[in-house]
Ligand binder design. Structure first.
Ligand SMILES: Nc1ncnc2c1ncn2[C@@H]1O[C@H](COP(=O)(O)OP(=O)(O)OP(=O)(O)O)[C@@H](O)[C@H]1O
Length: 296
C-alpha cells in the first residue's frame, strides 16, 4: 500500500484522544513552559529553522471608543516542519494572529517574517504572489468554489499562479486525501469532511511552505475532524511542511506538537507535546475566573 497521509488517518483514529507526536529534543512531555523568549532583536539575527516569525506585533481595530487592541506586542516564532495550534479564549486574538502571520491583514507595528521575507514591508502585489507560492489556507467553511469540481478546485491555485497543471500530480493530491474517485464531484455532492479534504488538497497543491488553518475542523463531526487532523499531521510528518492552526478544541490541539496560548492579544505560554487533557486544563485556567485569567 502506498505510504499516504490516509494511512496515518487509520492509525490515529484507532487512538483518538491521545496523540503522541514528535520525539524532538525540544519536546517536553506534558510540561507547560513559559512563552519562548524572543524579541525584536531576532529580526536580522535569524535563528535557523524558523519559517514564520512575529516580533512585537501590534494590531488594533476601530477608533475612539470602538478601538480594540487585538494583538498587543506578540512575539512568537514557528519552526519549519512543525504543527502548532493557537488557542485562547474567544476574542483573545487568535484569528488576528493567523491573518497577520499570513499577510492577510497588515500589522500596525512590529515585524512578520515568512522564511525571512518581511511581510510587513511588502506591497499588496508582492504579498499576493508570496501567498500563492508559499502559503496554503484551510478554513472552517471550506471556501470551495461551488461551480467547480473537486479536481478543478484543487487545480485553481496553480491556475491563479500561472503554473502548469500536472494532471498526475493532481491525481496524486486527490488520492492522498482519499478522494481519488471523487474528482468529478462538485462540493454540494460531497460531505463536509470530503469538502475539507478537497480544501486540504487545494492548500497542498503548490507545495507551500506553510499551511494556515482557521478552525479547520470547526464544522465537522468528531470522527471526520480526527481524520482531517491526521491528514494535517501527515502533511508535516511526510512532507515536512509547516502547519499553523487556530482551534478551540483541545482534542484538535492534541494533534499538534505545540500549543501557543493567547490571552488579551498576548502570548501567555505554550505547551509541547500536548494531550487533550493538558490543553483543556490550561484553557480552563484562562477562562474568566480561571487562575491565569484572574491571578489574584
Ligand atoms: N475586523 C475587525 N473589526 C473590528 N474588530 C475586530 C475585527 N476583527 C477582530 N476584531 C476584534 O479583535 C479582537 C480579536 O479578535 P479575533 O477574531 O482575532 O479573536 P479570536 O481569538 O480569534 O476570537 P474567536 O475565538 O471568538 O474567533 C476581538 O475583540 C474582535 O472583536
Amino acid at each position: 500500500m502506498p505510504r499516504t497521509a490516509l494511512a496515518s488517518v487509520r492509525r490515529v483514529t484507532d487512538a483518538p484522544d491521545r496523540c503522541p507526536y514528535g520525539k524532538g529534543e525540544r519536546v517536553f512531555r506534558n510540561k507547560v513552559l513559559p512563552a519562548r523568549a524572543s524579541s525584536p532583536a531576532f529580526v536580522g539575527a535569524e535563528r535557523v529553522g524558523d519559517i514564520v516569525r512575529l516580533a512585537a506585533v501590534h494590531k488594533t481595530y476601530g477608533r475612539g471608543d470602538n478601538r480594540v487592541q487585538a494583538l498587543d506586542g506578540v512575539d512568537v516564532d514557528f519552526e519549519a516542519g512543525t504543527f502548532t495550534a493557537i488557542m485562547g479564549p474567544s476574542g483573545s486574538g487568535k484569528s488576528t494572529l493567523l491573518q497577520c502571520a499570513a499577510g492577510l491583514d497588515r500589522v500596525d507595528a512590529g515585524q512578520v517574517l515568512l522564511d525571512g521575507a518581511p511581510l510587513h514591508d511588502l506591497s499588496e502585489r508582492a504579498l499576493t504572489e508570496l501567498r500563492r507560492e508559499h502559503m496554503g489556507f484551510i478554513f472552517q467553511s471550506f471556501n470551495l468554489i461551488p461551480a467547480l469540481t473537486a479536481r478543478q478546485n484543487v487545480e485553481l491555485p496553480l491556475r491563479l499562479a500561472g503554473r502548469e497543471i500536472d494532471s498526475e500530480a493532481i491525481d496524486r493530491g486527490l488520492a492522498e486525501v482519499g478522494l481519488a474517485e471523487r474528482g468529478g464531484h462538485r462540493p454540494a455532492e460531497l460531505s463536509g469532511g470530503q469538502q475539507q479534504r478537497v480544501a486540504i488538497a487545494r492548500a497542498l497543491v503548490t507545495r507551500p511552505k506553510v499551511i494556515f488553518g482557521d478552525e479547520p475542523t470547526g464544522a465537522l463531526d468528531s470522527r471526520t475532524a480526527r481524520e482531517v487532523l491526521a491528514l494535517l499531521r501527515g502533511v508535516v510528518e511526510e512532507h515536512g511542511q509547516t502547519v499553523i492552526m487556530v482551534t478551540h478544541d483541545p482534542v484538535a490541539a492534541s494533534y499538534s506538537q505545540r500549543v501557543v496560548f493567547l490571552a488579551d492579544g498576548r502570548v501567555i505560554g505554550e505547551l509541547f507535546e500536548p494531550t487533550a487533557e493538558t490543553v483543556a486544563l490550561r484553557m480552563a485556567s484562562l477562562e474568566p475566573g480561571g487562575s491565569e485569567a484572574n491571578p489574584c
